[in-house]
Write a new protein. Structure first.
Length: 361
């Protein structure tokens, strides 16, 4: 069985929506959605399906990229729980390691005790593994990428330097073959590169520069999401969002359109939690600050009117599509909250997000 599997989740998303009661034209409409919206719906559909089956869905990657160290490059990601991972399959390929059935058998033979990475499942490396890995239990990390693919073999970042140390020590003791010595040379390059990046990160932390860097990054997010002026009012929240909220909460949906627009303050609080708290870091706080409140304490305008047309509004609509898909998949409010907290985690409110120096509209 391959260590890394990729599934076309777009078709799964269309099937999921159809099963939930979408019209026969649902799949055709899904094809007209932007790629980003299809990926969001696909990820939400996968999480919903796994939750219904009683399985714990894998974490999703919130950030992905390519790690460059010298001439070496690896696919990497940061998961929603903050775990940094590198694809083991891509790591082995870049290091010049050839996958074989023998390697998989040797890794499985170690599953009764501390597992070892597939990239160390060589007989002549065994004496060096205990020294550098010891009781570290290696477990391949499964996660969902930003594009909607499922990766079943991910390295946690902290394991990679230890893998490099095993290869370097084995080379120093002269136990490696000619091809393996080439792998050890790449491991040395990696370890030196990690040391260089490490000292930069330590200096950033010691000087407080990392906080300023984070503020700059947040300022760019807010500038991209928050518009400088109010945009004209356009219906943005689909009726299904509120109808599903009422169903899951056990409330009666008003039949008259005039009554449907009269909602309790609790609906607004729930909308804040489900939508604006999960849209992007710091955006809700900035929107409320700019819109302000009237003498009764209510917001003067709808928050979505201060989202930018080119990024903020499209991201909001994509997010709403994912939320509604999860709502339709849930039987009750507690089940829905479990699913949305897994698929679309809220951004934590932090002092850093409350005031960004130098950011003005």
């Amino acid at each position: 069985m391959a260590d890394e599997q990729e599934f076309n989740l777009t078709s799964d998303a269309a099937k999921e929506l159809s099963r939930l009661g979408a019209s026969k034209g649902g799949e055709a409409r899904a094809k007209k959605l932007t790629p980003e919206r299809r990926r969001e719906i696909a990820r939400a559909a996968v999480v919903a399906r796994w939750t219904r089956q009683g399985k714990t869905p894998p974490p999703r990657a919130t950030h992905t990229g390519t790690l460059h160290v010298g001439d070496l490059k690896f696919d990497c990601a940061v998961l929603e729980d903050g775990t940094r991972v590198v694809s083991e399959t891509h790591f082995m390929k870049e290091m010049g390691m050839y996958r074989s059935g023998a390697l998989s058998v040797r890794r499985k033979a170690n599953e009764s005790s501390a597992q070892i990475p597939l990239s160390l499942a060589y007989k002549n490396l065994k004496p060096f593994i205990e020294k550098h890995l010891g009781g570290v239990h290696f477990q391949p990390k499964t996660y969902i990428t930003e594009k909607g693919s499922v990766v079943t073999a991910g390295f946690e970042a902290g394991v990679i330097p230890k893998v490099c140390e095993v290869w370097i020590d084995a080379d120093r003791d002269g136990v490696l073959g000619r091809r393996q010595k080439m792998i050890a040379a790449k491991a040395d390059i990696l370890l030196r590169g990690f040391a260089h990046v490490g000292i930069i990160a330590l200096i950033d932390e010691a000087t407080g520069y990392q906080d300023d860097r984070a503020k700059d990054a947040l300022a760019r997010i807010l500038e991209a999401f928050v518009a400088k002026e109010l945009r004209p009012y356009l219906k943005t929240f689909p009726t299904d969002f509120y109808k599903e909220m009422y169903r899951l909460r056990g409330w009666s949906w008003p039949e008259l359109p005039a009554e449907q627009s009269k909602r309790s303050p609790l609906v607004g609080k729930l909308t804040d939690n489900l939508v604006y708290d999960r849209l992007a870091p710091g955006v809700k706080q900035k929107l409320k600050e700019l819109i302000g409140r009237d003498e009764t304490g209510r917001l003067k305008h709808k928050m979505f009117r201060r989202l930018t047309a080119d990024l903020g509004d499209p991201k909001l609509r994509e997010h709403l599509a994912s939320v509604v898909a999860l709502m339709k998949a849930a039987d009750d409010w507690p089940q829905f909250m479990v699913m949305i907290n897994r698929a679309l985690k809220p951004y934590k409110a932090m002092p850093l997000f409350e005031a960004v120096e130098g950011f003005k509209l």
